[in-house]
Design a protein around this ligand. Structure first.
Ligand SMILES: Cc1ncc(C[n+]2csc(CCOP(=O)(O)OP(=O)(O)O)c2C)c(N)n1
Ligand SMILES: [Mg+2]
Length: 621
């Protein structure tokens, strides 16, 4: 052998590794092992059972969800709790389509997810084969990238690329569709040790020139606000954010995706903003206005909001901005994001910067440390303190609650024992000392979870924010608990949302995953009901979840349902029972559900109706 060939072979050996002859399924599993995957949430079928066979010979833990949607949400819970890609798998056809909601959810919330689907044999593709769906085509608008593998020799490279793409830059879901004949074929795999995807540059960094411009704007401003989101969490930039904010003394509001990116217990925290965010956060960004009766009335300003909005890792979502042209109308907008397609998408930025937020914030913190900001934001902090005192998150037992069906039919004579949903969350916050990982369904309970649990750390609130997918909470809690077995993981759920993936109680029981759930059971699709009350004169359009023929009964009987799954469950109706029951739930080393019966009459406040402005905010009961 010539010397050149030998050198080339040695160089190749550094980059590549040759494995023994294996089937395509075995190669796939070997690739997952090489990526450090320890758990896969997978439901088998004809087109994926080959891979399950290979998984039985692997150290990877295979969790069998009871519905593929549950598997996808569990993988997302795992990913959101750890930052590592979650992995789920389904068979072709209905198995694959059942994953779609989870894939879309991961896309909307930038969650690293690798979704694997079995596909019918290549020769059958396009023939309308049994359980054939074009899952590649179907999911194109909701994936970061996708692959249909047609050659067994491509498996190692594709799996490596899939994990790289899912986890770097702005994370997202990657689909791998693997036809059955490729799973069954055999070859000697060549595993790459490195990955390079042409045209994909996830490590963009702001220049010092751009960052200096930000500092110049801060020096010129009187009322700066940091508006930060999920990008801080996915970009592992919390520490840098804290250093920068503390050094520059700039108050911070987050999106709901950004909850925990900055400790909500910190004096600079304005909590989260938007439709149901803190009134003081909305005022700080937009200014305070006299409440107006109609959207056609003029907006009368009481006090101005931010004159400089520093937006990092956010996307100016409509639930945050309301009427977008009125959002931070008088402020200069700096928008820093790793994804160039987010810049100027929803709201034009005065200073747009494409950059990794961890790098940008770290560099800004260092610059400010070297040359401290000379501007005194004292008066601005005073104004914010006044706003915080004026409109903290709060709740009271209202006249409406007292007159409600709940009081008449469930609490008659014991009205003082009523449990408001907000109170239940406050008690959970106290008992867990603010340390639990919280997942949620979608609805009023989700917003209250954000308001009444204060998040101190990134990856502590796992919620379907962008897609708003009911049924997310409990399976996501399972995934988070698998990833973080030593943490308390509690799903704060609604009765409607919990029912949407109730089959996952079986997964919890059989797999011994001690994820907890608190159902804030108002017997209604509460959030839709709230809109009915506000905008449709309270006319109920199929938002009652109880048994209309027997309204005194709480329906369904979650204690009986859970018991049949082998999961402990208690119903809590009276306030005196709440704390001890929650304590028992938290102490249990097994899955545990609390069915907490609450009145349906509560509305989530503050509330800026869709497309409205801060002047239209309803913030007092
Ligand atoms: C899969 C899905 N279907 C419908 C909706 C629309 N939706 C949003 S909130 C909500 C009510 C949720 O009810 P529940 O889970 O009981 O929570 P609550 O608002 O009562 O706290 C509905 C139907 C949704 N977000 N997701
Ligand atoms: Mg409900």
């Amino acid at each position: 052998m010539s010397k050149t060939i030998e050198t080339a072979k040695k160089a190749a050996a550094k980059r590549l590794e040759l494995g023994p002859t294996m089937s395509g399924s075995e190669i796939l599993v070997a690739c997952l092992e090489r990526e450090g995957v320890d758990t896969i949430f997978a439901y088998p079928g004809g087109a994926s059972m080959e891979i399950h066979q290979a998984l039985t010979r692997s150290k990877i833990r295979t969790v069998l969800p009871r519905h593929e949607q549950g598997g996808a949400f569990a993988a997302e819970g795992y990913a959101r709790a750890t930052g590592r890609a979650g992995v789920c798998m389904a068979t072709s056809g209905p198995g694959a389509t059942n994953l779609v909601t989870g894939i879309a959810d991961a896309y909307m919330d930038s969650v690293p997810l690798v979704a694997i689907t079995g596909q019918v044999p290549q020769a059958m593709i396009g023939k309308g084969a049994f359980q054939e769906t074009d899952i590649y085509g179907m999911t194109l608008p909701v994936v970061k990238h996708s692959y249909l593998i047609t050659d067994i020799n491509d498996i190692p490279r594709i799996v490596k690329e899939a994990f790289h793409i899912a986890q770097t830059g702005r994370p997202g879901p990657v689909l791998i569709d693997l036809p059955k004949n490729v799973q069954q074929a055999r070859t000697q795999p060549v595993f790459p040790k490195e990955v390079r995807v042409r045209g994909y540059q996830p490590n963009l960094k702001a220049s010092d020139l751009e960052l200096n411009e930000i500092i110049g704007l801060i020096e010129k401003s009187d009322r700066p606000v940091l508006y930060v989101g999920g990008g801080i969490i996915t970009g592992n930039a919390s520490e840098e954010l804290r250093r920068f904010a503390e050094a520059a003394q700039i108050p911070i509001t987050t999106t709901i995706m950004g909850c925990g990116a900055f400790p909500e217990t910190h004096p600079l925290s304005l909590r989260w903003l938007g439709m149901h965010g803190a009134a003081f956060a909305n005022w700080a960004v937009n200014g305070e206005y006299e409440p107006r009766a109609s959207r056609n009335d003029p907006m009368k300003r009481i006090a101005p909001g931010a004159d400089l909005l520093l937006a990092f890792g956010v996307r100016f979502d409509d639930r945050v901005t309301g009427k977008v042209d009125k959002f931070c109308e008088t402020g200069t907008i700096v928008h820093v994001d790793i994804d160039p397609s987010e810049i100027n998408k929803n709201k034009p930025a005065n200073l747009p910067i494409v950059s990794d937020v961890k790098y940008a914030l770290g560099r800004l913190a260092a610059m400010v440390k070297e040359r401290p900001i000379t501007k005194d934001f004292g008066p601005w902090h005073k104004q914010i303190a006044a706003w915080k005192a004026k409109a903290p998150f709060g709740y009271t037992v209202t006249e409406e609650v007292m007159k409600s069906q709940h009081m008449r039919e469930h609490l008659k004579g014991r009205e003082s024992e009523v449990i408001l949903p907000q109170k239940a969350i406050e008690v959970l916050y106290e008992l867990t000392k603010g340390e639990a990982i919280i997942t949620t369904g979608v609805g009023q309970h989700q917003m209250w979870a954000g308001q009444f649990y204060k998040f101190k750390y990134p990856r502590q609130l796992l919620t379907s924010a962008g897609l708003g997918a009911m049924g997310y909470g409990y399976p996501a809690a399972l995934g988070a608990k698998v990833a973080c077995p030593d943490r308390h993981v509690v799903d704060i759920d609604g009765d409607g949302s919990f029912l949407m993936n109730i089959q996952e109680l079986a997964t919890a029981h059989i797999e011994k995953i001690a994820a907890k759930a608190i159902i804030l059971n108002n017997q209604h699709l509460g959030m839709v009901m709230q809109w009915e009350d506000r905008f449709y004169k309270g006319n109920r359009g199929h938002t009652y979840l109880g048994d209309p023929d027997n309204r005194k009964l709480i329906y369904p009987d979650y204690v009986a349902v859970c018991t049949s799954f082998g999961v402990k469950c208690e119903r809590v109706l009276y306030q005196k029972d709440l704390r001890p029951a929650m304590q028992r739930m938290l102490e249990a080393d097994e899955p545990y559900v609390l069915d907490v019966i609450v009145p349906y009459t509560e509305h989530v406040l503050p509330f800026i109706p869709a497309g409205a402005t801060v002047a239209d905010m309803i913030w007092q009961a």
